[in-house]
Design a protein around this ligand. Structure first.
Ligand code: FUL
Length: 504
């Protein structure tokens, strides 16, 4: 009797002898991956995590009670009438400005720790229906979702699990009758939401319905996360539950940078902020990083006299987050009028122009590309080098199984000025690359290594290497005249895959 071996994804012939009606029959079974795709390196992203990653760069809008009290954390005892927009809040203006900066979406804070809700919730009276000015007319989630759809941007909401206003906070019925219901109400503003944001700040002192006390909870079970996920995903199937929700991780700082080495894999019980920045190669969960940072000088909420960071600084943040396998959620606070101040709008436009100048013209498609190895094609799929420049995220280059190092060379007809290299792994099959280097030659013979001071280790969903090794003011460099650019992948967890190479 021969052994039956089932090996998914590898072409094997399994033979088994089955006893039937008194005699042995030989049954031959063929399990073939006709496409010869590499086996996945686990853990791998879920479909919704993949879609979420594509949003890459999006805005955060902290707007609410604190906008009117000049605070960052309201205690929860603020009278509703203090929320008094002097004009009709205008999420369309917020998102339009952010789109010009190259952002693909936004998250609106609709309930911060003070518990004040910017929509007519059935869960508490502490909401905008009792506010003043233009407040009672402005249902922020409704206006925000509507504006995002019109602008073809992704959207989602920040709903603080911690509620310093609620008399029920700390008890079970806060979770069942207030928090989960609020999340469900918000989910109903659109099944096309891409992320719901759950902050980690939890428990502590507050008003709590007049108790004016300190309440501590254990966030690891208090918020009933499995139920929370189910209730939101039932309505919004592609909504990543951030932070407390356990589908994407905080990057470990609020300064707008990720580690140069950055794995999307992580052990969710790890508490070190330094490790949050780099992820964990052997992490058991796909938990990609998101970096939250402020575009302004003061707090998350608008404060009089604040300034907007320079476009150069914001571009640096982009390179150090999106360019390091993280997403970037950049906070742009609306003021008391309910709009973004003019200085923010013009800075975002400047940033957009900078992004287009620096990263807008891809030189890779005009190069001839060769690789040390190309994986053997399958019936309906090939792994040719052209897959990296065809603009199709579902096609990719790969080597054969067992080959974990390779070179890819791009050659131009004439020496071409290059400043940035962008690479994307086909992360659907897991994050693999562990170590690579980049070199160029001007004369076709002498090779020089670029960006030597940078850890050229991980790639992940997206990596952008400033070839002069500088993320700050990097464009001021005059670039490198390259006849050829060579990427050497020195090691990978399994045969490497790349779905994109771009050169700017
Ligand atoms: C923090 C909060 O406590 C801040 O107020 C802000 O919302 C920031 C984005 O997350 O943890």
């Amino acid at each position: 009797m021969k052994k039956v071996v089932f090996l998914l994804g590898i072409s094997v012939i399994c033979c088994a002898q089955l006893y039937a009606q008194g005699e042995f029959q030989l049954v031959e079974q063929t399990l073939t991956d006709a496409d010869n795709q590499p086996l996945a390196v686990h853990p791998v992203p879920s479909e919704r995590q993949l879609l979420w990653n594509e949003t890459e760069f999006y805005a955060f809008f902290h707007y609410g009670m604190n906008t009117f009290t000049n605070k960052e954390w309201g205690k929860g005892d603020e009278s509703e009438s203090i929320y008094a927009p002097t004009q009709m809040p205008n999420p369309k203006q917020w998102l339009t400005a952010c789109k010009k900066a190259g952002m693909k979406g936004g998250i609106a804070v609709v309930k911060h720790h003070d518990g004040f809700c910017l929509w007519p919730t059935a869960t508490t009276d502490h909401n905008m229906t009792r506010s003043s000015g233009y407040g009672p007319q402005a249902n922020i989630p409704e206006l925000f979702a509507d504006a995002a759809r019109k602008l073809d941007m992704k959207y989602g909401f920040y709903v603080s699990p911690w509620d310093r206003n609620s008399a029920y906070y700390g008890k079970d019925n806060y979770v069942t009758d207030v928090f989960l219901k609020q999340c469900e109400e918000l989910a109903l503003y659109g099944d096309d939401q891409f992320e719901m944001w759950f902050d980690g700040a939890n428990g502590g002192d507050g008003y709590y319905g007049g108790q004016n006390t300190t309440i501590s909870i254990d966030a690891s079970y208090y918020y009933d996360v499995p139920n929370l996920r189910d209730r939101v995903h039932r309505i919004c199937k592609n909504c990543v539950m951030w932070g407390v929700g356990g589908e994407a991780r905080w990057i470990g700082n609020e300064q707008g940078y990720a580690g140069e080495t950055n794995w999307a894999t992580f052990n969710p019980t790890t508490e070190s902020n330094a490790i949050r920045q780099t992820g964990e190669e052997n992490g058991w969960q796909w938990l990609p990083g998101e970096s939250d940072a402020k575009a302004t000088s003061a707090g998350w909420f608008w404060h009089a006299g604040e300034t907007v960071l320079t476009a150069e600084r914001l571009f640096q943040m982009y390179l150090e987050t999106v360019g390091r396998n993280s997403t970037l959620i950049l906070n742009c606070p609306p003021d008391k009028t309910g709009s973004l101040p003019a200085a923010t709008v013009s800075r975002l436009e400047e940033l957009g122009e900078m992004m287009t100048t620096r990263l807008g013209t891809d030189l890779a498609p005009s190069a001839t590309i060769t690789a040390s190895e190309v994986r053997t094609s399958g019936a309906n799929r090939d792994y040719k080098v052209g897959n990296m420049t065809d603009g199709d995220k579902e096609t990719y280059w790969a080597t054969n199984d067992g080959t974990t190092s390779a070179t890819i060379t791009l050659t131009w007809d004439e020496p071409t000025t290059v400043r940035y290299l962008q690479m994307m792994e086909y992360v659907r099959l897991g994050q693999r690359i562990q170590d690579f280097k980049v070199e160029y030659t001007e004369d076709g013979e002498n090779w020089k290594e670029l960006a030597k001071n940078i850890q050229t280790t991980t790639v992940g969903y997206k990596r952008i290497i400033p070839l002069n090794g500088k993320t700050a003011s990097s464009y001021s460099g005059s670039g490198y005249k390259a006849k050829s650019l060579r990427i050497t992948i020195d090691s990978a967890r399994a045969c490497p895959t790349l779905s994109n190479i771009s050169v700017f």
